[in-house]
Design a binder for this molecule. Structure first.
Ligand SMILES: *[C@@H]1O[C@H](CO)[C@@H](O)[C@H](O)[C@H]1NC(C)=O
Ligand SMILES: *[C@@H]1O[C@H](CO)[C@@H](O)[C@H](O)[C@H]1NC(C)=O
Ligand SMILES: *[C@@H]1O[C@H](CO)[C@@H](O)[C@H](O)[C@H]1NC(C)=O
Length: 369
């Protein structure tokens, strides 16, 4: 009896003292699953705690993940956390937490905004790793905003870099508040050596000053040879919010002359993915003619929105893949146990104040069609 009550009280003490929720059992390796926790920040994390998750699959097929990480260390962000999975995303471990700037340059690229805690100015920075994301080195400043780094119109802020490699050059898309003719616009810059960058060229710059297109991502539609960009369109023709829009162009540098079109589901519910969209393309697993499927998602909906390669404005079909929504939920096609799957990566949500619930979670599902 004494032994039994000792065991019981030891178990209650353990769960009381635990700062993280009870861990559900990890998914089966290389299976499909949703809402699988990767990282829960300590309770003293600040701002959004975690948000804006990004993934990559290494040459040996292991996925890695990073995110905006608001640890409570004062001053500028000191590092990016990088977690890795060796079993198709079922379990993850802390792969590295490097101080940036003291390692040789290489082939895996990482970009983010660097800003002091008073948000007085900002750089979009480029870092590189030559050893499969284990160590990282600062390479170059891609853009500079004289600040303040806030979304107030007129403040010289820069945000939200996205990379695409094209014709021997690296393209960086980013959101730009520095042009006095546009509250915010989307621009492209290019580099051939990762060190020197071209001047910005407009990709989405709307005539109405108050429009704020932002958060560009781009995918190549292999069967048509065209490129699709999704972005959020704040302050645009729709009365409120930041609905997702897209453009299709024959070059990833040619979006500037194309008119934006909205993403709205083609069923009677007319769902709109609002805010922080993300787009990928992949061959259709059921097709033999090389055709594929465009997959995008936005913050306000858990569904992904799929389209065929023509990217027609009436071709967006909402598909429930069972994964929580998130701010800038990222999409990536991975090889999981020899099969193509869709990896969804959540950081958390904005709009929470105080933010006490954000953490990092992933899902792996069959390619939605
Ligand atoms: C935040 O909490 C963690 C875990 O409890 C602790 O190790 C760390 O020192 C704390 N950091 C600060 C700056 O308070
Ligand atoms: C991750 O691992 C590094 C060593 O590579 C360590 O310094 C760091 O504290 C770890 N971070 C977390 C959040 O566990
Ligand atoms: C919606 O778009 C898909 C293509 O993604 C198409 O197959 C389907 O027929 C469309 N549905 C309607 C109701 O138009």
């Amino acid at each position: 009896m004494a032994l039994r009550s000792l065991l019981v009280s030891a178990a209650s003490l353990l769960s009381l003292a635990s700062t993280t929720p009870l861990e559900p059992r990890a998914p089966v390796p290389f299976s499909n699953f949703n809402d699988n926790t990767v990282f829960v920040p300590a309770s003293n994390y600040t701002s959004w705690r975690t948000i804006y998750a990004r993934t990559l699959q290494l040459a040996d097929n292991s996925p890695i993940i990073s995110w905006e990480d608001y640890d409570p260390v004062p001053g500028p962000q000191q590092y990016f956390l990088i977690y890795k999975s060796d079993d198709g995303g079922a379990t993850w471990y802390n792969f590295t937490q490097q101080k940036l700037g003291s390692y040789p340059a290489g082939t895996i690229l990482l970009s983010g905004v660097s800003t002091p805690s008073d948000l007085s100015q900002a750089y979009i920075e480029l870092y590189a790793s030559t050893d499969n994301a284990k160590t990282w080195k600062f390479v170059s400043h891609i853009a500079y905003g004289a600040g303040p780094e806030t979304v107030t119109n007129g403040n010289k802020a820069v945000w939200e870099p996205f990379f695409y490699v094209y014709n021997g050059q690296l393209i960086c898309y980013y959101s730009d508040q520095r042009d006095s003719a546009h509250a915010q616009k989307l621009v492209t810059v290019t580099t051939k050596d990762l060190k020197t960058w071209s001047s910005p060229v407009n990709a989405v710059a709307q005539p109405n000053y108050g429009d704020r297109p932002g958060m560009a991502t781009v995918a190549f539609i292999k069967s048509t040879g065209k490129y699709i960009m999704t972005f959020e369109y704040c302050g645009g023709p729709d009365a409120s919010g930041c609905p997702a829009y897209y453009k299709v162009a024959s070059s990833p540098l040619g979006f500037g002359s194309v008119d934006p079109q909205p993403v709205i589901s083609n069923d009677s519910s007319k769902l709109i993915p609002n805010g922080s969209p993300y787009v990928v393309w992949t061959p259709n697993p059921g097709a033999t003619d090389g055709s594929g499927v465009i997959i995008m998602n936005g913050n306000s909906r858990e569904e992904v929105f799929v389209n065929d390669d023509s990217a027609g404005v009436n071709g967006w079909k909402a598909v429930n893949v069972g994964q929580w929504s998130a701010y800038s939920r990222s999409l990536r096609i991975i090889n999981s146990g020899g099969k193509s799957k869709l990896l969804l990566a959540n950081g958390g949500n904005m709009g929470c104040n105080p933010c006490t619930n954000n953490f990092v979670a992933v899902g792996v599902v069959d390619i939605p069609t």
